[in-house]
Design a binder for this molecule. Sequence first.
Ligand code: RIB
Ligand code: CA
Length: 315
Amino acid sequence: MAKRPVIIDCDPGQDDAINLLLAMASPDDLDILGITTVAGNVPLSLTERNTRQMCDIGGRTDLLVFAGCDRPMQRELLTAENVHGSTGIDGVDIVEPETPLADGHAVDFIIDSLLSATQAIALVPTGPLTNIGTAIQRNPAILDRVAEIVLMGGAMREGGNHSPSAEFNILADPHAADIVFRCGRPITVFGLDVTHQVLATVERRERIRSIANPAGQATAGMLDFFNRHDTAKYQSLGAPLHDPCTVAYLLQPDLFELKACNLTVETGSELTMGHTAVDFWRVTDRPHNIRWAHAVDADGFYDLLVQRLERFSDE
Ligand code: RIB
Ligand code: CA
């Protein structure tokens, strides 16, 4: 597969962090033009710092990391320390990163990169869609250079994880999400219906713990912490590894089963704010604007994650 230019937009968050390591472990597949950060799981000052610490762990202190929007387009900031801990990446020791924070706002980087791109760029958002929605609203001309958007967010059969009917990323900024889902570019969506099929079970976490390098050890430590909330809530065998579904799809798309359908976001009702109405059975004539991931080879997913994490050197 030819090396693809990508911009990853994230809110680390343990699962975002692991997704970043998976991307950094795949330099023959992905050309990470930059990593943009957004307020989400924890405030922006922490998501940008956590991202830079992952670049250190991944041996990529050269990567451009930008701070973006520190609150949603219209709503108040919503965070999830109850899931991710006060740092956002509880499970690893927090150290001041070597990787510097790049000058400039993430939204400007997204716009400038797309407008100057000679090859269309894949956008990989795994947090609230504030940066992406703001960039599209500010300069819609960028869309011509967006190859595709591969995002984690939404839910259909799984209901909500931060409200009874909404998944966190979409609920946190439903107005930005609405802009993205109406943008007309190819969008592949990894919602809770598929991410709840890739559970970090004990066996899988022990496989990762046996990887004797900083990336493997950081991943194991973050999963140990990340596991506690969802296993207690769902009485499940492990926490769903949401965000790494996006990069895993870019690396090995045949791990997933997708279906073209319509997804529309609720932005009016406070009761169901951020709900993603996924017309999986095509009961309306709404146009197909996404491909919805609904099945995954979970063992193959973890084989890929382990195989890539093992690539990192052990110093
Ligand atoms: O609902 C799960 C999503 O919300 C994941 O992206 C997680 O990191 C949080 O951002
Ligand atoms: Ca996230």
